[in-house]
Design a protein around this ligand. Structure first.
Ligand SMILES: C[C@H](N)C(=O)N[C@@H](CCC(=O)O)C(=O)O
Ligand SMILES: [Mg+2]
Length: 365
């Protein structure tokens, strides 16, 4: 199975409601879809999210990196030479992690198709059913409480509450949601870099003292403020998770050596794809640290790949934040991983199991 062509299209899927964090507001998935074609007629699919505020990647940079730097190095290569293909993708450019992720995901999809097995089995196997949380966007307190109640009534047992705005209102947000869902759902907070280290310690201790039980707090401080992250981790009981502060394996090693966080959030759009996500899970396992696997605003193409990684690395990846498809107004994908509210199931189809994608818009040449 030889790579013959790499094609790029745009996928637009409206979200059910606007997604709001301390960093941005967005109302649709607008991602670049990669199709890797082969001489055997098999096609592998991948997806790149342009989350400029986190990865620096834009639609333009993703298209340019794939068309000009990655694709020319891959045409003619054998999918069976997976490690060499991955090496070429990762070596094609510095950063550009979302572009690399999309192409890697499509190549791993083909690798599964080549051997006729669902990807997670080739990555080591596991139980093909996982449970995700859902994100509650930062908003007026009443709206966040109503959204939280709605999510619990839909069966979500874990809510990821976005905070990181005005600290006083953040505390009221969390207390009100906790009172509304106590005993029915676990709460994780994501400040998306919105607090200073001192504010974070104050906010988390205030919630701890008020008896609000939190599963974890994600990325309380600026991405580059590793000293601040460590300061918070050392001063609160609630586990602290690094998200925007760590992209690849080397950064994870640095962070774990510093003891700057208790948990690592792995996202394919930060790692540059599946190979580094697996590496990070293995590194974290060596350090005895658990991981979450998360996503950006992505559809069920790239999130499916994250699901396969989560299943195969379930010993270390204990927390799942793969709610992108649940936030979408519809699923554009035929076949593949089944997303049913909090429950995500992989079937026996080879690779990612994607049979087709509706509504792709060709990119202007
Ligand atoms: C969608 C997921 N639950 C999530 O919150 N992901 C990111 C933000 C993604 C984005 O802005 O596209 C996170 O910070 O964890
Ligand atoms: Mg986050």
């Amino acid at each position: 199975m030889k790579i013959t062509q790499i094609r790029l299209d745009m996928l637009r899927v409206p979200l059910k409601t606007p997604f709001k964090t301390a960093l941005r507001t967005v109302d649709a998935v607008e991602d670049i879809i990669v199709s890797v074609h082969t001489d055997s007629g098999h096609v592998g699919y991948g997806e790149a999210a342009a989350t400029a505020v986190i990865t620096g990647d834009t639609h333009g940079s993703i298209v340019e990196a794939i068309d000009k730097l990655i694709a020319p190095r891959l045409v003619g290569m054998e999918i069976a030479d997976l490690n060499r293909v991955v090496h070429r993708i990762q070596g094609a450019a510095e950063r550009n992690t979302s572009a690399k992720a999309a192409v890697e995901i499509a190549v791993y999809d083909l690798w599964g198709q080549l051997y006729g097995a669902p990807l997670y089995r080739l990555l080591g196997g596991g139980d093909p059913v996982i449970t995700t949380d859902i994100t509650i966007s930062v908003d007026y307190i009443d709206k966040m409480v109503a959204d939280s109640m709605d999510a619990v009534n839909r069966g979500f047992e874990s809510l990821k509450i976005k905070v990181g705005k005005e600290i006083g209102v953040d505390l009221e947000r969390v207390k009100a949601i906790y009172a509304a869902v106590e005993g029915r759902a676990l709460l994780r907070l994501d400040a998306n870099q919105g607090w200073t280290a001192k504010q974070a310690v104050y906010a988390i201790r205030t919630l701890e003292d008020a008896g609000v039980q939190l599963e974890l707090v994600e990325q309380p401080v600026k991405a580059r403020d590793l000293a601040g992250l460590k300061y918070v981790t050392e001063r609160v009981h609630t586990p602290i998770m690094a998200d925007e502060s760590v992209f690849g394996p080397a950064e994870v090693i640095d962070l774990l050596r510093m003891h700057a966080a208790d948990i690592i959030n792995i996202k394919l759009m930060k790692t540059g794809g599946i190979s580094n996500a697996i590496r990070i899970a293995d590194i974290a396992s060596v350090y005895g640290v658990e991981c979450m696997i998360g996503c950006m605003i992505e559809s069920s193409i790239s999130v499916a790949a994250a699901v396969h990684v989560a299943v195969a690395k379930a010993d270390t990846i204990r927390k799942i934040d793969l709610d992108g498809p649940s936030l979408c107004a519809f699923n554009p994908v035929e076949g593949g991983v089944r997303f049913n509210e909090s429950e995500i199931t992989i079937d026996d189809s080879p690779g990612l199991g994607i049979r087709g994608i509706r509504g792709l818009e060709p990119l202007a040449a």
